[in-house]
Design a protein around this ligand. Structure first.
Ligand code: UDP
Length: 333
């Protein structure tokens, strides 16, 4: 008897933090996974362990150029993009291109292959929100020309063109608005608050809180996030859905939690608040609860312990590698 045909999923940004966890999840659900990444911010180390699997293949490709994948594709998960404020500053044009041109290429591919596509949008579409917590109906408060504008506006355009393909071409589309998510395989030197604090703890440095630390964030553990994304892809809902954990905390309180967790007795020091840093962020996940029957299960203390265990496992070399990745070569692309 012939084996049932495996469903095939293309994951862009597969060597990144979320992409690598999604690749694992889809493999464990019995899919054939085609990973794609240009490795500017992604790292093959995140998916090295998958290369031996027959159901995993990888293309080193920049999706802002024409994308070709042989054979059928049932699903596309579009997760390629720099995703930290420091990266947007260093590679602003690539950030704009991957959200706009890259998304256009993938929508074209989805149409060609008759595939369902889920795009990774973000809470950044709400900018520095004037509505709290943020519901999907809120249109946002974004500075188009600020340092985050290249990411925020690319993601807003991405939602727009995705809805246009849905309405005009009848493409099956899903839009996830992802709120701050953390876990193993975050890039240590990407400037985001969790790897920053954990790296500082491990190197015995001061913990750097930006501003007065009264800005808030709500952190979602990666397994919960991936579960929400999986359910959204399998749902029949085409409008944006917030996926995140509503458990909100100020950055100062969070820094204190990290000092306790890491037990390293570091000092908390204050640094200037970056421009357009949102003052508060908390997802309203009523919609996801209702239509996906999903909500996060992992508490911050459990998730942070697992994440810290990952960072503790990094080599000395990785821990002390120069602050930020050098993107000079990529700026010529
Ligand atoms: N942050 C901080 N110290 C750091 C890095 C970040 O206080 O060393 C703050 C940052 O200003 C922001 C919050 O932590 O208010 C979350 O920052 P992150 O870059 O992780 O994500 P985003 O601002 O995109 O939510």
């Amino acid at each position: 008897m012939s084996k049932e045909k495996k469903r095939r999923v293309l994951i862009t940004g597969a060597a990144g933090f979320l992409g690598s966890h999604l690749s694992e999840r889809f493999l464990s659900e019995g899919f054939h996974v085609i990973g794609m990444d240009n490795l500017i911010t992604g790292d093959l180390k995140n998916i090295e362990h998958l290369f031996g699997q027959e159901s995993f293949e990888f293309y080193h490709h920049d999706i802002t150029k024409f994308v070709h994948v042989p054979g059928e594709i049932d699903y596309i998960l579009h997760f390629a993009s720099p995703a930290s404020p420091i990266d947007y500053l260093k590679i602003p044009i690539q950030t704009l291109k991957v959200g706009s041109l890259g998304t256009h290429n993938l929508l074209g591919l989805a149409k060609e292959k008759n595939a369902r596509i889920l795009i990774a949008s973000t809470s950044e579409v709400y900018g520095d929100p004037l509505v709290h917590p943020q519901t999907e109906e809120y249109y946002g408060n974004v500075n188009t020309i600020g340092p985050r504008g290249v990411y925020d506006e690319a993601k807003r355009f991405q939602e727009s063109i995705t809805m246009a393909y849905h309405r005009f071409h009848g493409l099956e589309t899903r839009i996830a608005r992802i709120f701050n998510t953390y876990g193993p395989r975050m890039r240590l030197n990407d400037g985001r608050v969790i790897p920053a604090f954990m790296g500082q703890a491990l190197r015995g440095e001061d913990i750097t809180v930006f501003g007065d630390g009264q800005q808030t964030r709500s952190f979602c553990y990666v397994d919960d996030q991936v579960d929400g994304l999986f359910k959204l892809l399998m749902s029949d809902y085409s409008y944006p859905v917030n996926i995140g954990n509503p458990d909100e905390i100020t950055i100062l309180e969070f820094a204190e939690e990290i000092v306790k967790l890491t037990n390293a007795n570091q000092k908390i020091v204050f640094k200037p608040l970056p421009k357009d840093d949102p003052m508060q962020r908390q997802p309203d996940i009523s919609l996801a609860k209702k239509i996906l029957n999903w909500e996060p299960k992992v508490s911050r203390s459990e998730g942070m312990q697992k994440t810290f265990a990952y960072f503790k496992g990094l080599s000395k070399d990785e821990l002390y590698r120069s602050e930020h990745k050098d993107f000079t070569a990529h700026n010529r692309l």
